[in-house]
Design a protein around this ligand. Structure first.
Ligand SMILES: [Zn+2]
Length: 282
């Protein structure tokens, strides 16, 4: 199969197309892959792995239909793209950035897939706001709408013991949000989860390697000088922990309106933290 090499964020991406028809040109699809890789590279300071193979698989239908990421031999992503996918579908798509974010986390134990999916769920919209592809209003509205799905059920026993869709994706995302806010509180809003996860890459961690979750969290904590992640994992890993989410939105100055949009209160105590989270970083 012919491949096109794209150099981005210090990495080489080998992009190939499986047999099949696409309404979009290959050039347009390649530009979408490259742009998405830049979004992820800007969030992490570089592309998460030195090389990755990206396979575009055309199927019947519209839109970006799905994605899967592996970490062997440098990282690989398979993206299933509808043959009738349009320009708009590529602009609206979140799946490619979600998959690329997976490349930045070492492979953790099956029981801790919530960390992998939670990070991808939380980081993807933030990286896209930092790249000016989404607005702050749109992503906080989506988080205020969806994050309650991550609040544990009364009979849950922590993220490690609750392999449901809601707990894996939104319980994991809630962990990331709480960690981000806590790191920012402790660092006087100088550092956040973004810096912590950059620290994992800087220490050589990425999806091509297996690391225990304890190593991921301690390396990430060390990068921002604290124990926010390890402490949160002790609270949420194997015990039910339900934060006051409505209180957190109020503190961040996020008011969900009846029509599903949000209004910001810049006088709220953590409004500066909310703004810093979506601020592009060097
Ligand atoms: Zn995922």
């Amino acid at each position: 199969m012919p491949h096109t090499a794209i150099k981005v964020g210090g990495a080489t991406l080998q992009v190939g197309f499986a047999p099949g028809q696409l309404a979009l040109s290959n050039e347009r699809v390649l530009a979408w892959v490259e742009h998405s890789a830049i979004v992820v590279s800007d969030y992490y300071g570089r592309f998460p792995v030195a090389s990755a193979r990206i396979l575009i698989v055309p199927v019947d239908g519209r839109g970006v239909r799905g994605g899967t990421t592996w970490g062997y031999r440098g990282g690989a992503i398979r993206l299933v793209l509808g043959s009738q996918a349009t320009e708009e579908d590529l602009k609206d798509d979140w799946k490619i950035v979600h998959e690329m974010v997976h490349l930045a986390l070492p492979d953790v134990d099956e029981r801790q897939h919530w960390l992998s999916e939670g990070l991808a769920t939380y980081v993807e919209p933030i990286a896209r706001v930092q790249a000016h592809d989404l607005t702050e209003e749109s992503i906080w509205a989506a988080m205020a709408r969806d994050m309650p799905k991550g609040i544990p059920q009364s009979d849950d026993h922590g993220l490690d013991n609750t392999p449901t869709w809601a707990s894996t994706y939104w319980g994991g995302a809630l962990f990331c949000l709480l960690a981000d806010v806590e790191i920012r509180k402790q660092s006087g809003n100088r550092l956040g989860l973004q810096n912590a996860m950059r620290g994992v890459l800087a220490a050589g961690g990425n999806h091509t390697l297996d690391w225990p979750i304890e190593s991921v969290l301690s390396v990430a904590d060390k990068a921002v000088g604290g124990h926010a992640l390890a402490k949160l994992y002790a609270q949420m890993g194997t015990a039910r922990f339900a934060p006051d989410l409505d209180g957190l939105w109020r503190e961040l100055g996020i008011k969900l309106q009846p029509d599903g949009t949000v209004a910001f209160d810049d006088k709220a105590p953590l409004a500066r933290i909310r703004r810093a989270i979506t601020q592009p970083q060097k």
